[in-house]
Every structure is written in structure tokens, then in C-alpha cells.
Design a protein around this ligand. Structure first.
Ligand SMILES: [Fe+2]
Length: 276
């Protein structure tokens, strides 16, 4: 297994709109997260990523492992992902607790899973296979699904805690998703955080949601909302100063706007250090 190197502080999601700015101005940012699927085809995107990697630690975040799908694991995709990881040497590799394919056909949404014992064992086994193939532990990210299955026998947080143990993997904890879920599905987000094992949380995501008719949508097109900042501070109290990423995927703003968001996260991370 590849040993996980460490990162600290608040990073920013790497988007193609900012390649030139980053390479020209070399902003002070502790790390960047690249969307792995965008670089599997090589070419100019990979050229830019390698140039940026020469100056910054990189994490790789993907959407196509389809860990919950009934399809067999996609070995072509896994092979490409391993080749990218070998080349970029990321701090870590992550994907989602989701399924995104049926009979080999991929769709754009991250679909949620039923939270049952049998699904838990099925997904854990697939994560173990992925980790064996990649030669490293991976991080699994929690979703913000807009539906729940009637036959759930576990809560999402119980499912995640058991999965982290059974698959011996780590969690990429998206605090915005926890808040969105808690609001849409009516639970206390602190109940969610309280059950998760502290030593398995290796990264936090922060993003902005959109509210329509008292329902929250995880659109990743807005600044982090005040109530998510509050939950983030509560998460830091429980999990410590976990490296944190600002995600912004639609209506991508200037790099300076993302830097301001990252600096806000860094302020909370530093406050946590001073208080503890
Ligand atoms: Fe996220």
C-alpha cells in the first residue's frame, strides 16, 4: 500500500479556468484537488496538471468508480486511474458512495444506495478490491441524495461508520452535503458527525447550496452558506483540523473569490489550533 502523505490547511478545487492564473501567479495555496476523470485522456489537461503538480500537492477526486453499481468493477477505468495516480503521485484518491452506471452505461448523476447490511458488505468488498488494485487506501465521499429508500435498515451515518471499518478505507466528509441532507430529510447533523470515527476522516469538502421552497440543492455554485460554516466549526471540534477543500463547480468565479473562501476555512482551522 502507498503510504498517505499529509496535507494541511484549506485547498481549492482545480478548474481549467484557473490553470493560467495558478501557473503565472503561483498563489499561496497549500494544495489543489483535481477531478481525475478530466485527466484520464491525457493531452493538454494532463500537461497542465503535471505543471501544477510540480509546484503543489494534488489530491485526485473522481466520479466513475461506481462502487455501488451491480456492474462489475470497470477495470479499464481503474487501470487508467492507477496510471494517473502513479504519474501524479497524489496525496490521496477519492470517489463517492454512489453508483453511476447500469450495464456499462454511465450517467452524470451520483445515485444513492439503500443503506442495508447486504449493500454494506457488497460495497465494502468492492472498495477492498479497488484498494488492492490501486495499492492505496481511498477516501469515500458522502452524497446529498434527494431521495431515500423505504427499505433502509441503517441511517446514512451508521452505514458510513460501518463501511469505513469493514472496507478499511477513509472518509471524505462533505459538510455541505451533511447539512443539505439534514435539512431535506429532517435529522440533526450533529447526530451524523457524532457517529463517525475520528481517525477515518482525512478530508473535508465545503461548498455552497441553493435554497428553493425550503428545499436545499447541492449546486456547488455559491459561497459556503453561514449555517454550513457553523457546522464546519462543530466538525473541527470533533475531528480536529482536517484538511479542507473549497468546491465550486458551476458559475465558477475568479480565483480570488475561491481564495477568500479558502482563507475563511483556514481562519477556522487556525482558531481550532489555538483553542486546542
Ligand atoms: Fe464534495
Amino acid at each position: 500500500m502507498v503510504a498517505m502523505t499529509t496535507i494541511q490547511g484549506a485547498g481549492i478545487g482545480l478548474r481549467s479556468q484557473h490553470y493560467t492564473h495558478i501557473l503565472t501567479h503561483q498563489p499561496t495555496i497549500p494544495w489543489l484537488e483535481a477531478l481525475s476523470d478530466n485527466y484520464l485522456g491525457g493531452g493538454l489537461p494532463l500537461y497542465h496538471l503535471e505543471q501544477i503538480r510540480a509546484q503543489y500537492p494534488i489530491t485526485l477526486h473522481g466520479v466513475s468508480l461506481s462502487l455501488g453499481s451491480a456492474d462489475p468493477l470497470n477495470m479499464d477505468y481503474l487501470t487508467q486511474l492507477k496510471q494517473l495516480a502513479d504519474r501524479i503521485e497524489p496525496v490521496h484518491v477519492s470517489d463517492h458512495l454512489a453508483w453511476v452506471s447500469v450495464n456499462g452505461h454511465y450517467f452524470n448523476d451520483l445515485a444513492p444506495l439503500p443503506y442495508t447490511e447486504s449493500v454494506l458488505h457488497y460495497v465494502a468488498d468492492r472498495i477492498l478490491q479497488v484498494q488492492d488494485f490501486l495499492g492505496r487506501r481511498i477516501l469515500i465521499e458522502n452524497l446529498s441524495p434527494y431521495l431515500q429508500f423505504r427499505h433502509n435498515s441503517l441511517t446514512e451515518w451508521q452505514f458510513l461508520a460501518a463501511l469505513l471499518d469493514e472496507a478499511d478505507c477513509y472518509l471524505l466528509l462533505d459538510i455541505n452535503n451533511v447539512y443539505v441532507n439534514a435539512t431535506n430529510h429532517g435529522f440533526d447533523p450533529l447526530d451524523y458527525l457524532d457517529v463517525l470515527p475520528v481517525d477515518r476522516i482525512k478530508e473535508i469538502h465545503l461548498a455552497g447550496y441553493e435554497e428553493q421552497d425550503q428545499f436545499l440543492f447541492d449546486t456547488h455554485g455559491y459561497p459556503v452558506q453561514p449555517r454550513v460554516w457553523t457546522l464546519y466549526q462543530q466538525a473541527l471540534q470533533r475531528f480536529g483540523p482536517v484538511p479542507t477543500l473549497i468546491e465550486w463547480d458551476t458559475d465558477i468565479p475568479s480565483f480570488d473569490v475561491l481564495m477568500a473562501e479558502a482563507q475563511q476555512a483556514d481562519t477556522y482551522l487556525c482558531q481550532h489550533h489555538l483553542q486546542n
